[in-house]
Structure formats: C-alpha cells, structure tokens
Design a protein around this ligand. Sequence first.
Ligand code: ATP
Ligand code: MG
Length: 435
Amino acid sequence: MDTEGIVIRIKTPAGDMDSAVDCPSLLNFNDLLVAIRDVMPEATVTAFEYEDEVGDRITVRSDEELKAMLSYYYNTMNEQRMNGLLPDPLQIFPRAGKTPGNRNIHGLKVNTRPNPANDCTQAVPDSMANNSLKKSSAELKRILTNGQISAQDINYQEQLGHGNGGTVYKAYHVLGKRVLAVKVIPLDITVELQKQIMSELEILYKCDSPYIITFFSAFFVENRISICTEFMDGGSLDVYKRIPEHVLGRIAVAVVKGLTYLWSLKILHRDVKPSNMLVNTRGQVKLCDFGVSTQLVNSIAKTYVGTNAYMAPERISGEQYGIHADVWSVGISFMELALGMFPYPQIQKNQGSLMPLQLLQCIVDEDPPVFPVGQFSEKFVHFITQCMRRQPKERPAPNDLMEHSFITQFNDGNAEVVSMWVCRCLEERRAQQGL
Ligand code: ATP
Ligand code: MG
C-alpha cells in the first residue's frame, strides 16, 4: 500500500477537522474512531462514511473497509495529480448516534497540515470558544500520525502477572483513552540491538485478526522495553480450572484461526500455551506473545534459562522445527485445559512453564499421554491425539486442523458461550476472594 502522507478531513456538525496522517498504512479503524470521538465527545460514533466518485456514501466499520477506502482515495489522488490538480483531503463523515449539544462553533475550519503556515494551533479562529477542539486537534494529530504511545502518556494500574521474561501491567493510555496491557521486560542490550528489536516488532502493526491480540506500540526506556497491547479482561486460560468441552471447542476454533493467520504471514507462534491464550467478557479469544522478534526472544532467553514444557519433542531435542511444533503445543495445551492438570504427571510445573531440560526428556522418550476413558468426546480425543503425534509430519497441517470435526462442530461464531463462561468464572473468583 502507498505510504505517502495524506490529509483526512473529519466532517463534524461543528465544522471540518483536518489532520495529517504521515503513515496511512499504519492507521487502523479503531485509531481513527478514537480520533473522531475526540472531536465529537458527546456523540456515539461507531462508524463513518466516505463518498465514492458518484457521491454514494460508503460505510467503514472495520480495518478491511478502511483499507478499501484508502485504496479508493489513493486512486482519486493519483487521478487529480495527473490532471494537474492538488489532491483534495480524504473526507469522512462520522455516523453518530447523538450529535454534540451546545457547541456553538459554526463554520469552524481547523487545518493541521504539517505546513507551519497552516499550523493548527494558530489557525483556530476563536481560541476561547474552541479550546477543546484546539486540544483535540493536537491530540488527534498525535494519535493519527503513527498510533504511537509514549511512556509519559501511560498511567500504570495493577500488576496482571509475571512471566519468564517480564511483568504485565494493566494501564490507562490517557491520549488514546483506552485500557492497555503493558508488558515490561528488563533487557541489558546495546542500542543497536534495541533498534533491531523495534524494527522486528514492526510487523505487529500489520497483524490484523480478531484472534490475535492488537498491538499498539513498543518503546524502550533505559534498559526496559514496554510492549503495549489490547487488555483482555478475562486474563489468560492458565488460571481457569477444567474447561468444559463445549467452551473449550469454541476456544479451540479461535486458537486455530489465530495460528492459521500467523502461519499465513509466515510467523511461527513458538510459545503456544494456556498463559498466552487470552479471553474477555465479550467472549473473544486471542493469542499473544508470539515470537516475531528473534532478537527479543534471544535476549530474553539469555536471562531466563530453561525449556518450555509445552514445546514439541523435536524442539526439546534441539532439532529443526516448523508449524507442526505449534500444532503439538496446541494439543498439549488443550489437553491440560480439559484435564485441569498438566498431562505428564511426572512433570510438576510450579512457577511458569520453564523447566530444566532433563525433566522434559520424558516428552521425547515416552508415548504421548492418553485421556482417561469415557470422559471426553471421541472427536476431541482424536483432535488432541492427532496434534500430539510424535512424528511432526503426522500432525494435522493448517487446513486439516480447520477441517477437523472437533473444530467444525464448534465453528458456529457463538461468542456467547465463552462470554457467559468467562463472566461466571470471574464472578466465582470474586466471591472466593470475598470481593
Ligand atoms: P511467558 O513469560 O513465558 O510468556 P506468561 O505468559 O505466564 O509466561 P507473561 O506473558 O508475562 O507471562 O504474562 C503474565 C500474565 O499477565 C499472563 O499470565 C496473563 O494473565 C496476564 N496478561 C498478559 N497479557 C495480558 C493482556 N493483554 N490482557 C490481560 N492480561 C494479560
Ligand atoms: Mg505470556
């Protein structure tokens, strides 16, 4: 996609709001919605529209539709240029449930083009009346420019957990007005390596799947990297007790779809395990912590020595591995989630999933574990058995996973099952804690 900067003009009842977007390819639907809501704080904006060449309004409600709008706009822009014209800004019309109340700022035109002559902070005609718009125009520009988040804009709240690499906090992003999960990892590495990690993480901006946690930004402060992602209010699956099969089935569908998406981008997850599967009260299931940055994975591994108990036998033995290794990890994770315990009884995971290599040798040497008879459906047992075949090639390929009868059976888009289950478990947990 074209990465040339563009100007987006938000048409609001109070006037036009122009904003320069330096990297349109990094822009996502949610960022734009957040920016629109900033300009129209009293309205409930859930979508916006643009006009095609014959003046028909086309609605944008997703990243995909946003991409379509941008590519339509690039075409018009090119045509205008070929005709010797300056391209018009991309005009969008927010679709609001309720229009702003008593904001009497008729005909206001704010221009935030990077050109200093048009500096937005000076172009506001009536600074008294338009203070809030002036402020949001600056905010808007920051949000739209590259969606980046900086350390000083984050208010840390509680600690969500601590893993082998770092600590995860719930946090509030003041400018973006949203809750985040921020993973902070101490790393003593050179500035060169820091730069390499940042560029390797860039691919995360392009990950766009409802089954993958949304990445917002990453930054280094001193010797720590902070990785800001979407917050999932149900947390990770490792803290849930035995999960019933009809819930587990819906979760498995999301996990398989998330992995299939990553594999289609030639990304191996490399760390599939219950603590990297997140759920929320809306019934969404998303994968996190996949290894897009080799340098980050290597730098963490230098500090935290051990082998992951969910790794496929070929990885434990140090052999080459591929997609099939992620498939093994799906099998062992779902077996644990169904049983409510790690499937190899001789492996006691106390804290985290890293173990001394010798303790995991049984995964390489022994036959994969089997389910107790009669407690689980044939389809589920078959699914797990196939995923946990010792020979990587005998495990299901991505298509076979999607087409497995256990997956197709639960591929009904019913988010309510997971949603109700998450809400009930959270309530039980609160009751136990006496909250
Ligand atoms: P590892 O370091 O090997 O990945 P881990 O997954 O247990 O181990 P972290 O990734 O540091 O450790 O995560 C710690 C905990 O933070 C998780 O178990 C999860 O409960 C919580 N967590 C992580 N990301 C989010 C998120 N986006 N939303 C809500 N909770 C999260
Ligand atoms: Mg994790």
